[in-house]
Design a protein around this ligand. Structure first.
Ligand code: FAD
Length: 445
């Protein structure tokens, strides 16, 4: 579907350029004009999370759309510049001619940045390219309309962001904005006291900015899914990568402060399904836990129709089960009607080396927690669950590609109309392969 949408976008762009074009001059003018118009859309996408909160298009889908629009704009700008240079004319200082030059000069770096899909670097692009284009294009005041709209959108976006951050972060409680970092095996649990709590829901994420971690970290904001909330305290489960998240590890036990932007994201209505089957791998559990909590709370208030919730969680290391132990205990306490089943599959790295692969253990009242040492056979497990499901069924997944693909193909193979598949949150990648054992000298707090 994504490929079709991209091909349609590219085709529409070139149809607009080619249809009824009267020679090279027309193509030159249209490519420049379209490049400038696309810039408006690119500026709109500089904080895609705002769109994520008001549409069902996933954050990943919006990032793809944003980066492909960037590529189309590069194409238009390049063609525009080649024509200008090719026809041997002195470069005109009009909005279109100049935008072509700037687009072709600036956008390769945008493309590099976009391919990394990094929010903070996208900010850098928005903050430099558009004003440069605007200043140059305005030299003779020709066609400033599109660029004016783009810059206006950018300015409104930045102002509303600053207003939003200020609103969320101002507050005078003794612990307001306090950020605690708790290192775990291959992960970090971060909790923040938000001065102005909102109505917490599943599927929400915030952009986090750290105070007291150095100037570089302050200028970055990173999105994280809210995995748990208690009063005015929200918690996130983070997989350390190479930048901001790795730096967080250095501040375990220190008192930091955070600026929070958000919440963004839409909650899927899983409460309207009789059976909810969940699949997660590694840190993907952070996106599932809030949904289980909301379903159990919804049931207790007769707002959810759920009769059965089963979560299958695949781990690479037995120690990873500690990441969400307290939250799982709380979920079991909320589950007064025993509708919840938790299946933890530990694929390797057993704490006790004598553990026998393929063995299983059961815990809790009514054996609601099951730990299996071995890999999860998704086709078999999901097939069996679908056979004994009650009512309409939703399969929710937050995992890496092999697991998502298997879940998707099994659900598709079931060919039943009352089975739905939703992909929750953003999976941050496999655990344990990203943390450098030794932090470099630049990493000292
Ligand atoms: C909506 C959403 C929710 C997320 N929730 C979680 C979560 O609950 N737990 C978790 O561990 N991770 C989550 N992530 C991923 C997390 O944002 C990145 O892993 C983190 O920003 C990496 O920061 P870094 O500087 O250490 O990364 P780097 O080492 O610099 O880069 C590592 C990777 O992270 C990506 N990345 C870096 N900065 C950003 C950014 N500002 N926005 C998006 N991607 C970025 C890069 O594309 C790169 O692929 C989420 C991402 C999104 C978009």
């Amino acid at each position: 579907l994504q490929a079709i949408a991209i091909v349609c976008g590219i085709a529409a762009n070139w149809l607009c350029i080619a249809i009824t074009a009267d020679g090279v001059r027309d193509i030159h003018s249209r490519t420049g004009q379209l490049a400038t118009i696309h810039m408006i859309l690119l500026c709109l996408g500089s904080r895609t999370s705002i769109l994520t909160s008001h549409t069902y298009l996933s954050s990943y889908g919006q990032q793809i759309a944003h980066s492909w629009l960037g590529w189309i704009t590069i194409g238009n700008g390049a063609v525009h510049s080649i024509i200008v240079l090719g026809i041997g004319r002195r470069l005109e200082l009009d909005g279109v001619g100049i935008s072509g030059l700037v687009v072709s000069r600036q956008y390769p770096s945008l493309a590099r940045r976009e391919s990394k899909r990094i929010g903070r670097r996208r900010d850098a692009y928005d903050g430099t390219t558009v004003p440069i284009t605007f200043v140059r294009a305005n030299i003779r005041d020709y066609r400033p309309l599109y660029l004016g709209i783009a810059v206006g959108l950018l300015a409104v976006g930045y102002l509303s962001r600053f207003g939003h951050i200020w609103y969320r972060s101002c507050g005078t409680g003794p612990n307001a904005r306090r950020l605690c970092v708790r290192p775990l095996v291959d992960a970090i649990q971060v909790s923040i006291v938000v001065p102005r709590p909102w109505h917490f829901r599943a599927g929400q994420h915030i952009y986090l900015r750290g105070f007291g971690m150095g100037i570089r970290a302050f200028w970055q904001s990173h999105p994280f899914t809210i995995a748990w909330w208690e009063g005015d305290r929200i918690s996130m489960l983070i997989r350390p990568r190479g930048g901001f998240t790795r730096r967080l590890l250095l501040y375990a036990g220190c008192t930091l402060h955070a600026l929070v932007e958000g919440p963004f994201g839409i909650e899927h209505d899983l409460g309207s399904y009789g059976t909810v089957l969940m699949f997660a791998s590694g840190v993907g559990i952070a996106a599932q836990v809030p949904y289980i909590r909301r379903l159990l709370e919804g049931r207790s208030m007769s707002k959810a129709r759920t009769q059965r919730i089963v979560i299958y969680w695949r781990l690479d290391n037995e120690a990873h089960q500690e990441w969400v132990k307290e939250w799982m205990d709380e979920l079991l306490r909320l589950d007064v009607k025993y509708v919840l089943g938790i299946y933890i599959y530990v694929a390797g790295n057993y704490i006790d080396p004598r553990t026998h692969p393929a063995s299983a253990e059961h815990f809790g009242e009514h054996d609601r927690v099951n730990r299996v040492f071995g890999d999860l056979d998704i086709k078999y497990t999901l097939g069996a669950e679908l056979d004994r499901r009650r009512g309409n069924t939703v399969v929710a997944v937050c995992a890496g590609h092999p697991m998502i693909d298997e879940v998707r193909s099994t659900v598709r193979g079931a060919l039943q109309q009352d089975i739905w598949l939703v992909e929750l949150g953003v999976w941050p990648g496999p655990s344990g392969d990203s943390i450098s054992p030794r932090l470099g000298p630049r990493d000292s707090p």
